[in-house]
Each structure stands twice: as structure tokens, then as C-alpha cells.
Write a new protein. Structure first.
Length: 429
């Protein structure tokens, strides 16, 4: 590596925080020069096949000419204007597209600048909805364990209470309710015990519960756990029966990842409030959205507290909206369903053999997501460079070695990634 790159890595080590790391004991980082398609090119020229889609986002791969052009075109008119008192075509077009592709009930869109912020907005909407209905005590959320909804304080308060370092912030975090997370991966039926636990909490705390918040079908960073569509359907039924709002966090699952455009479609239900982000811009820029039904929007707007008090500086950023519009067009005009289905089949056949290794607890696949859960936490200092040696970009955490590649990945490239996963897991067995 050249002196320049070495200097960059050294500066980084001393001054830059990376996600979920310590500055005093940093994890290894690799300088990257460029990315194109499913290939990440490191500073020393090595190419890695991307298994991560940059955390669920880059579904079309990197440096896509259509997405590049959308940003270039938008730059010619304006890169940003405030959304207070102004509106513009990219935002209106994107809102129209989101309304068109989500459930008919969802008619109103709030653009946020990250997934976590869209969750904050969803929580605010739910609490404000009930306050506007004359029920200001309904401020609590019910969720399930092993969830992940972001790192800001409101979102963090509904993340898994044990693996999210809640104890450190327990005096400042809002106190919410956590039901058992369901054990029904790969099953048609729901987990009755988990549903009973959920219903008990709902029933016993009804006067204080504003909404249920949950990631549909796939719990991401809280454990990469999957559960059945019937469980999700049951959650919707219970929300209806007890009259609480349902917030679905599709920030990770949205835009095709689980095999349907939105995971909730598999349960044939609709949320009252929906959060999307990540793949919304094809991984180009940070943008998220909170959609809600007319019941929620009018419930707030015509109620005692009609103004939704939220307004990020970069709300509905035109560049981000323009690239999101292009990314959605690209997705909807592609054979994404076939791609996701093919990836799912390949992940199943190539990862399933890992089940034989002593280190492996479970292999699970859902849509274009493949997970190997290990019995013990991984050593990232060993495992990350090992994947790089093998030419694959896989970023494990906790006891999970998992991938969610770009939808455009070719079978040979995916095989390189799954072979690397197999080898790495075999080496710790
Ligand atoms: C389900 C879910 N919700 C919320 C978030 C937070 O999104 P962001 O990192 O854009 O704030 C994430 C990010 O991983 C997520 O997976």
C-alpha cells in the first residue's frame, strides 16, 4: 500500500470513530478506493465481492450509471433547498411512488434523513395521535425482544433491552414493553406462547400503550431472526382487537429483500405507520420516510395537537429524492423478484451444509438474506481480515455471519461469498 494510504489508515485509527467500535481498541478497517457493481476495490488493488449491500442498501450494486445520472441531472437544478415553505418535483414524485407501491391505506409521507429519524417520527406520530384523541396517557410502545430500530434515543428505547446496552442509558431511555420474540422460523404457524405473552402485555397495559412497533418477518441487527407471516398477522389482529396502532419498521426489509416488495405483504396486512429507508435510494444517499394512514394523519391534524413537530434540515433533500426515484424505477422495471428468489435458492443450497460444523447453531435463509448463527461470539479481529483474504466482503457481528448481497449479484460471485463463509466457519469448528 502506498504511503498515502498508510497515512490515511493511521489518521483514521487515531481520529475516526467507526460504527460500534472503541477508539482505544479499534477494529481493523480496510481503505477502499472504489466500488462498482458488486465489487469493492481496496487501496492495494484487491477486489472483494460484496455480500452486505452496505447494510441492506445498495440493492443495485455500486456506481450504477442510471443512479449516477439521476444525481448528475438533479445537480443541474438544485442540490438542496429547505422543505419548510417550499416543495419540489423530486419529493412529490417520490411521495407518489411510495403511496403507489405501499398499501392503499398509506397516503401520507414524512421524509426523514435516516432510518432512526423515521422511527422517531413514527413514535411521535403514534403518541401525538392519541394525545389528539384526548388520550395523552397513551405514550408507551409494545414491541418484541431482539428488535432493532436505530440508535437515536427514541429508537434505542424500543431496541432489544439486553443487546442494545440499555443498562448504560436506562435512566434516560423511555420505558417500553418487550414481549418474547417468536420462535417460528420456517413454520407456517405462529408461536402460541409468544403470542400469549404479547397479548397479556397488551391487555394489562392498554391504557398506556400507543402503538406496537415491530420489524416484519425479519429482525435485523437485534439477532437476524426470522418469524412466520402468521405471527405478524396475529399481531395485526391483536392491534385491531385492542385498538392500538401498528408501526412496521421496513427499513431493512423494504424494497424486495424478503421476496415481496414489503415483508408485510406476506401476512396480507397493512400497518398504520410504516418506516422505510436504506434501499430507498439504492444505497446512494441517506433518506428515509415515515408513511401513515389517513386515520393517523387526520387524527393528528384535526385533533387537539394538530402540528407534527418535526423538521430535519435535510428533509426531502432533492438529490436524495431524485436518486430514490431513479432507484425505485430501476427496481420496479427489473426482474427483482426472480433475482431475490434465485439468491434465496442459492443461499439455501450453499449455506445449508454449514449446519454440519460444530460451531454452527443454525443456518437460516429468507429472501436474499443468508444467516449462519454460531454457538459463540465471533472474533472480528480474526474473521474480518480472513474474509478479505478470501475475496469476500462479509461483516459479521456478535455470533452471526450473514449476508444480504445486491440483487444483481451473479451466481459465481455469490458462490465465492458463500464458499468463504463455509471455509471461515469450518476454520473455527
Ligand atoms: C430495522 C431497522 N430500523 C432502523 C434502522 C436505523 O436506520 P439508520 O441506520 O438509517 O438510522 C435500521 C438500521 O440498521 C434497521 O435495520
Amino acid at each position: 500500500m502506498s504511503d498515502n494510504w498508510n497515512a490515511l489508515v493511521n489518521f483514521d485509527k487515531q481520529h475516526l470513530w467507526h460504527p460500534y467500535t472503541s477508539l482505544s481498541h479499534p477494529n481493523p478497517v480496510f481503505p477502499i478506493k472504489s466500488a462498482s457493481g458488486v465489487r469493492l476495490t481496496l487501496a492495494d488493488g484487491r477486489e472483494l465481492i460484496d455480500g452486505m449491500s452496505s447494510w441492506w442498501a445498495a440493492v443495485h450494486g455500486y456506481n450504477h450509471p442510471t443512479l449516477n445520472a439521476a444525481i448528475g441531472d438533479q445537480l443541474k437544478s438544485m442540490s438542496h433547498v429547505m422543505f419548510g415553505g417550499l416543495t419540489h418535483q423530486p419529493a412529490v414524485d417520490l411521495a407518489q411512488k411510495l403511496i403507489d407501491i405501499t398499501h392503499d391505506d398509506l397516503q401520507h409521507v414524512f421524509f426523514a434523513d435516516s432510518g432512526s429519524v423515521s422511527v422517531e417520527v413514527a413514535i411521535k406520530m403514534a403518541i401525538q395521535y392519541w394525545a389528539s384523541q384526548g388520550q395523552p396517557k397513551k405514550q408507551c410502545l409494545l414491541t418484541i425482544k431482539n428488535g432493532y430500530h436505530g440508535d437515536t434515543f427514541g429508537a434505542m428505547a424500543v431496541c432489544d433491552p439486553d443487546n442494545g446496552m440499555h443498562h448504560l442509558f436506562s435512566d434516560v431511555l423511555a420505558q417500553h414493553l418487550f414481549a418474547q420474540s417468536p420462535n417460528c422460523y420456517g413454520q407456517e404457524h405462529y408461536d402460541k406462547e409468544a403470542i400469549n405473552d404479547f397479548e397479556q402485555l397488551l391487555k394489562n397495559n392498554l391504557s398506556s400503550i400507543a402503538a406496537v412497533i415491530i420489524e416484519p418477518l425479519v429482525q435485523g441487527a437485534g439477532g437476524m431472526r426470522f418469524y412466520s407471516a402468521t405471527y405478524l398477522k396475529k399481531i395485526r389482529e391483536l392491534c385491531d382487537e385492542y385498538d392500538v396502532l401498528l408501526i412496521l419498521d421496513e427499513i431493512a426489509t423494504g424494497f424486495g429483500r424478503t421476496g415481496t416488495l414489503f415483508a408485510y405483504e406476506q401476512a396480507n396486512i397493512a400497518p398504520d405507520i410504516l418506516c422505510v429507508g436504506k434501499a430507498l435510494t439504492g444505497g446512494y444517499l441517506s433518506l428515509a420516510a415515515t408513511l401513515c394512514s389517513s386515520k393517523v394523519a387526520n387524527g393528528i391534524g384535526n385533533g387537539k395537537y394538530p402540528t407534527l413537530m418535526h423538521g430535519p434540515t435535510f428533509m426531502a433533500n432533492p438529490l436524495a429524492c431524485a436518486v430514490a426515484n431513479a432507484s425505485l424505477d430501476l427496481l420496479l422495471h427489473s426482474s427483482w423478484q426472480q433475482c431475490v428468489n434465485d439468491i434465496e435458492q442459492q443461499l439455501k443450497s450453499e449455506l445449508q451444509p454449514c449446519q454440519q460444523f460444530n460451531s454452527v447453531k443454525e443456518v437460516r435463509v429468507k429472501g436474499a438474506i443468508g444467516v449462519i448463527e454460531l454457538h459463540k461470539p465471533i472474533d472480528i479481529h480474526w474473521m474480518q481480515p480472513r474474509f478479505v483474504e478470501l475475496g469476500a466482503w462479509v461483516r459479521p457481528f456478535s455470533n452471526l455471519v450473514y449476508v444480504m448481497p445486491p440483487y444483481i449479484i451473479e451466481p459465481d460471485d455469490l458462490s465465492l461469498v458463500t464458499s468463504a463463509m463455509k471455509l471461515v466457519v469450518s476454520e473455527i469448528s
